[in-house]
Design a binder for this molecule. Structure first.
Ligand code: IFM
Length: 475
């Protein structure tokens, strides 16, 4: 299928069923800036970013895209883009600075205004409650390694539900708990910077418990919108047919995919291969009542997809944006290249057909327990200039988005490999170039270029491509 150019836009548009949602996604910490303005408290990420060496080139999130002060301009960009929905995250420390106790009126007002502006622009709000910015006082008490964070999260979620529940169309509890556990608690390349390896697994259970309690809290608050979660999934492949590669790929699949999705969708943790049981022991001790709390009915499942992962035996040249870490070198496996695919700015393989394969795998694994699904993140970074004087020709991003959306639609259409998956929508990651965590401003994912000196926004060709797609389906 050709997916580029104006004809391809028509072809792609014709495949979008009426009601299919086109959106963009973002996260508070990556765009808002104003970290100590308006009564916001510090988060674990504020503290991590201040540690020398934690962020590439010492970039600071203090201003980011200055979205806190420019939200109306950014909503205008979305209105002109013609999208149906905006997935943003609510900053927990902005609305509850200590993570417990009083709520911050100025923070609540900020999201009130944002939601109202979106609705006025005809854009449906999808709100994520946790996109990694744990209030610092909670992080000091162990963050997600401490079970009580799950209860605090449910209290905060209830307050958000009471305040915004009349207008938010979709709620996402957690974004990518796997990234929080792997990068933040196991490898130490994200906040809070712990390198506990498999001892980080309690942070999985506590996040999932937080998810389940938050779902119940939102429902008790009477929110009108649907409720789901956004999990990052990658199909995992062994680097060779060697037994050790195949076994370690299974272990990686558990760590990457199944320990998050299985309890949420099926109500139990997966059984690890015998040899890996000691690593996963802490999850095996979960009580039935916790598992019941985690296993809540969901209105939708959010899938974040970027690329497949290949796993090879032994420590190897894995790398994070800030280099190979000592913790990674202690693991019995590493991730290997897919030489057959081109790569993004991050070096991630561009493998759109794996999105269709992943949808098939999810349905095979979860069957009727898999709710209707949104692709809640899909996008790519590519090397782009810091300063521009007009739209840049980011054809690589257009190709990436068109092929990923194209494969998802083909897979879920009648006769496709995942025709039994109900796909409700697609959210591009992301609207604006932004603070890409440990990679600072070095990885540009946006449909809109941001000059981080002047904060000027300049739509890229991909923005106009997405706009043409949104328009074509209504034509
Ligand atoms: O920027 C992140 C986002 O915060 C979570 N999903 C992956 C994106 C790209 O790395």
């Amino acid at each position: 299928m050709t997916v580029q150019g104006s004809v391809a836009v028509q072809v792609l548009a014709a495949r979008l069923s009426p009601g299919f949602t086109l959106g963009v996604a973002s996260a508070a910490f990556q765009i808002e800036g104003s970290l100590s303005a308006g009564g916001r408290g510090p988060s674990g990420w504020d503290a991590f970013a201040e540690k020398p060496g934690s962020i590439l080139d010492g970039h600071s999130p203090a201003v980011a895209c200055d979205h806190y002060n420019r939200a109306p301009e950014d909503v205008e960009l979305m209105r002109a883009l013609g999208i149906d929905s905006y997935r943003f995250s609510i900053s927990w420390p902005r609305i509850q600075p200590d993570g417990t106790g009083p709520f911050n009126a100025a923070g609540l007002d900020f999201y009130d205004r944002l939601i109202d502006q979106l609705l006025e622009a005809g854009i449906s709000p999808m709100a994520t409650l946790y996109h990694w910015d744990t209030p610092l006082p909670l992080e000091h008490r162990g963050g997600w390694m401490n079970r009580s964070t799950a209860e605090r999260f449910a209290e905060y979620s209830a307050a958000a539900g009471r305040r915004f529940g009349d207008r938010v169309a979709q709620w996402v509890t957690l974004n990518e708990p796997v990234s929080v556990t792997l990068n933040g608690y196991a490898l130490g390349v994200h906040a809070p910077g712990h390198d506990l390896l498999f001892k980080a697994l309690p942070s999985v259970h506590h996040q999932l418990l937080g998810h389940g309690l938050a779902v119940q809290a939102l429902r008790a608050a009477g929110v009108k919108g649907g409720i789901g979660v956004a999990n990052l999934h990658s199909p995992v492949r062994p680097a060779s047919r060697k037994i050790s590669d195949r076994l370690l790929a299974k272990v990686f699949d558990l760590m990457m995919n199944r320990v998050y999705a299985d309890p949420i969708l099926l109500g139990h943790y997966p059984k690890p291969p015998l040899i890996a049981r000691p690593w996963f022991r802490s999850l095996g001790k979960a009580s039935d009542s916790d598992l019941r709390n985690i296993h809540q009915p969901l209105d939708f499942y959010g899938l974040n997809y970027y690329c497949p992962v290949k796993v090879a035996t032994g420590p190897g040249p894995d790398h994070s944006p800030v280099g190979t870490t000592e913790a990674m070198a202690r693991l019995p496996f590493h991730t290997a290249d897919f030489p057959e695919y081109g790569t993004t700015g991050f070096g991630w393989p561009v493998a759109p057909e794996h999105l269709g394969i992943l949808l098939r795998e999810l349905k095979d694994r979860y069957g009727a327990a898999l709710p209707p699904l949104y692709i809640t993140e899909s996008g790519a970074s590519f090397p782009e200039p810091d300063h521009v004087s007009g739209p840049i020709a980011d054809t690589n991003r257009i190709d990436y988005l068109a092929s990923h959306l194209g494969h998802a639609l083909a897979a879920t259409s009648p006769g496709g490999i995942a025709e039994d998956v109900e796909l409700l929508g697609y959210y591009v990651w992301t609207l604006l170039d932004n603070f890409e965590w440990a990679a600072g401003f070095s990885q540009r994912f946006g449909l809109v270029h941001v000059d981080f000196d002047t904060l000027e926004r300049t739509p890229k060709d991909s923005y106009y491509w997405y706009q043409a797609l949104a328009r074509a389906r209504r034509a």
